[in-house]
Design a protein around this ligand. Structure first.
Ligand code: AGP
Length: 608
């Protein structure tokens, strides 16, 4: 979705802004622009399309100055055009701003401003903010921004510059993340830490309601009454190298292949082999509170929701506590149930997904303790939860979530192990799980050795127009995830189903052109899934079986068999999903799709 970067210091701002925007490309966007302050006032350059086009425009018509703001836009109000691209300016062209979020009362504000004589140049909700600030009272620029925002309803992450106050960026946050990059004699603002890494690893995460003022001499964080606030400076855990493709053609493939390391990182320092349990320092759930948990509600969207479905299985198995898994977007609009003893778990790679964040807030308002399972450190969900588990999977750039999914599964396993041991899970069972979790990174590495076979499979089935993914038990969500991966990056229609549900409808789809991918490792429902394979075979379907080593030869039934290493059934989704990630990747590449930037999708969905 939209991205913000701003720079103030002693260097030329434009190249720093373009570099920062390039680091935000992965979030999805359709237009881009910058505005730079210099002796001639505010100069803007905007394009519809890619940042490379913005770079070319800046080469043809450079803008000079050491203070500027930049933006990548993902259209909501108004078409993705150069005109609607940010930065937007006021009537005088002296105030320019970039904005993430949605102004909910934009129509009303626009009508009011037009009646007062303001002329609008775009269809965006954002432009109202420039005109509001133009008219706002105040002794300083920051006071005018605060006053201008007073009538605004909705969400914003905002960076504003003004010709009247050169060398200053004012930023404001409400519901849309922003952070300050603290450099030496230079300061940046961005919606994502990746955008400031080129200049600094020190960041200040802003809270909702914060206003910040950046100049080459320093930064101040203020509240709405312009009182100075204290905010900690944190370190970004990764470096620029982590954000580079290296020898990989796409981030998605890089991230799939990184999974032995990302799984290892999620486990690091958290396994206690003797006690047969996990140590989860940030969880904030001491034994007495674990004892009071009567039900667990898991919230998430997309891939994170799929991880939650696996989590339900694992948690119910190891803790005996009933678990429900909710689409965050649906949960937040249902009547909140104030059930004592409810523990809510919000799962989100980005920690910024609007639906998950609002669902978390609804759960808190209903009296629930909320924990977050989040990858991005310092993200809003991580900060608003009562405790949580960071994935430490490293930045995930590919829009299709891969390594975050396997790390989410591992975090849920650790959580279930910890809670289970508090709730009567036997020491021996705990130790067995710890031993198998310790082996997991190596098993993930061995699973990746299937890649050539998966590529061959993709060549065989790359032309299919539909695909079915079937699984049962803890591997049913893996079928859903496999289908989602294929859909989102290759635009091939795919459905995930519990294998036994097939005969209640989807069996009608089966023909010789529809590959049916079964997720069938050795587990208590294996024999049942094999029966479901028989049903597909009997109707002339093309069967692909993802099974586990030692399961024997399925070639009588399956046109293709791929075997992942054997492990405990509860851990198997971490392995079975990998061939499905690779399959979606190779099919998308064969079909010529833009794997890392699939059409219409954004990495982090910060609007409802
Ligand atoms: C997965 O490949 C997605 N692109 C998408 O479904 C994603 O998982 C979803 O938007 C939730 O994101 P989050 O984990 O950052 O909250």
């Amino acid at each position: 979705m939209c991205g913000i970067v701003g720079y103030v210091g002693s260097r030329e701002a434009a190249p720093i802004l373009v570099e920062g925007l390039t680091r935000l490309e992965y979030r999805g966007y359709d237009s881009a622009g910058v505005a730079v302050l210099n002796g001639r006032g505010v100069e803007t350059r905007k394009v519809a399309g890619r940042i490379t086009a913005l770079g070319e425009l800046l080469t043809r018509t450079p803008v000079h100055g050491a203070c500027g703001i930049g933006h990548t836009r993902w259209a909501t109000h108004g078409a993705p055009s150069e005109r609607n691209a940010h930065p937007h300016v006021d009537c005088t062209g002296t105030v320019a701003l970039v904005h993430n979020g949605i102004i909910e009362n934009a129509e009303l504000l626009r009508a009011r401003l037009e009646r007062a004589g303001h002329r609008f140049a775009t269809e965006t909700d954002t432009e109202t903010l420039a005109h509001l600030i133009e008219d706002a009272p105040g002794a300083t620029f920051e006071e005018r921004v605060i006053a201008g925002l007073a009538p605004v309803e909705g969400t914003y992450g905002l960076a504003v510059i003004s010709e009247a106050d050169p060398g200053k960026i004012v930023v404001a946050r409400r519901g849309s993340p922003l952070l300050i990059g603290v450099g030496a004699g230079e300061y940046l603002v961005a919606s994502d830490a990746n955008a400031v890494l080129q200049r600094t690893r020190s960041v200040v995460y802003l809270n909702d309601g914060d206003i910040a003022v950046l100049t080459p001499l320093g930064y101040r964080v203020l509240d709405r009454a312009a009182r100075v606030q204290d905010r900690a400076v944190d370190d970004i855990e990764w470096d620029l190298e982590t954000l580079a493709l290296g020898h990989y053609p796409h981030f998605m493939l890089k991230e799939i292949c990184e999974q032995p390391d990302s799984v290892r990182a999620t486990l690091r320092g958290r396994l206690l082999p003797d006690e047969g349990t996990a140590r989860l320092d940030g969880l904030n759930l001491p034994p007495a509170r674990c004892a009071r948990v009567q039900r667990i509600v898991i919230l998430g969207c997309g891939t994170s929701w799929h991880a939650g479905l696996v989590g339900r299985h694992v948690l119910e198995d190891l803790t005996g506590i009933p678990v429900s898994v909710e689409y965050a977007s649906e949960y937040r609009y249902r009547k909140p149930l104030r059930l004592p003893g409810t523990l809510t778990v919000a799962i989100s790679q980005s920690g910024e997904t609007a639906d998950t964040l609002e669902a978390l807030r609804a759960a808190k308002a209903a009296g629930s303790t909320v924990i977050g399972i989040v990858n991005v450190v310092g993200s809003t969900i991580a900060r608003e939860a009562d405790g949580g588990i960071y994935l430490h999977a490293g930045p995930e750039i590919g829009v299709a979530s891969t390594k975050a999914f396997t790390s989410q599964l591992v975090a849920l396993l650790l959580f279930a192990l910890y809670l289970g041991r508090q709730r009567g899970l036997a020491l021996a069972a705990g130790r067995t799980l710890v031993r198998e979790l310790e082996r997991l990174p190596d098993l993930v590495g061995r699973t990746l050795e299937l890649e050539p076979a998966v590529r061959a499979l993709a060549e065989r089935h790359g032309d299919a127009r539909n695909a079915l993914y079937l699984g049962r038990g803890v591997n049913f969500p893996v079928a859903l995830e496999g289908a989602l991966k294929l859909k989102e990056i290759s635009y091939v229609h795919a459905e995930g189903y519990p294998a036994a549900e097939m005969k209640h409808g989807p069996i009608a789809l089966i023909d010789e052109n529809t590959p049916v991918v079964f997720v069938a490792p050795k587990d208590p429902v294996y024999a049942k899934v094999v029966s479901n394979m028989q049903e597909v075979k009997a109707r002339g379907g093309r069967v692909v079986a993802i099974t586990s080593e030692g399961n024997g030869d399925l070639r009588r039934l399956a046109d293709h068999q791929l075997s992942v290493p054997a492990t405990l059934p509860l851990l198997s989704p971490v392995l079975t999903v990998i061939p499905l990630q690779l399959l979606a990747y190779h099919i998308a590449v064969l079909r010529g799709c833009d794997v890392d930037r699939p059409r219409n999708l954004a990495k982090s969905v910060t609007v409802e």
